[in-house]
Ligand binder design. Sequence first.
Ligand SMILES: C[S@@+](CC[C@H](N)C(=O)[O-])C[C@H]1O[C@@H](n2cnc3c(N)ncnc32)[C@H](O)[C@@H]1O
Length: 221
Amino acid sequence: MEPTTWDGVFRDGRDLYTANHGPPGDRVYGEKIRTVGTVEYRQWDPFRSKLAALCQRGGVPSDLWSGARKVLYLGGAHGTTVSHLADLLPDAPIFVIEKSPTSFAPLLALARRRSNLLPILADAQLPERYRADVGLVDLVYQDVAQRNQAAIFVENTRATLSRRGRGIFMLKVRSVTQRRSTAAIVQEARAELERGGLEVRAEVGLSPFARDHVALVTRAR
Ligand SMILES: C[S@@+](CC[C@H](N)C(=O)[O-])C[C@H]1O[C@@H](n2cnc3c(N)ncnc32)[C@H](O)[C@@H]1O
């Protein structure tokens, strides 16, 4: 098990792992667990988690989440990716917004096993409903697959992101429209982010791990 340039991410051959900070032996989505010495590692599947896909694709700054003291995560679903982020930042509170009550139940159960996860049942289109609870964060991560996803990202960064704070926006191209080219949709999303005061530092296609997805890595100006 070798450390990578990504803080807290390990590699064994082609597979990525994070060190488990949940209860010993706790599997979140059926992932493989390996124990080396006294440390338990959870395999991080890039086909199930777009953040792992982003690491596998590379080409983005390796300090993406390093030093983040507080995180806002939009679109938590059942907690696959956020469970790994909780391993990567075990001391940082991670506020997780999810609007579907069906997904929220497993997310709540996960948060009972990982004390730095703080789920909120809310619509990410309405950050005014949770900004007072969340306060200022150093990192906003978004994966909501909605038509107006760029606007949602801008609104949430405006509401919560600290000066020079970082963002990871997983753009699902075909949720925006079926009618325009991928390049045109990505260009429009980048322009919307830049109008919203965000510098786009990297753009990474996530194929073959997540089809139709492009990660935009941002920094608040
Ligand atoms: C692709 S899934 C997220 C997968 C998750 N990020 C992971 O990697 O484990 C998208 C999630 O966003 C949620 N979602 C969509 N629109 C939302 C909104 N406006 N506010 C909050 N959650 C939303 C959906 O209910 C769904 O659970």
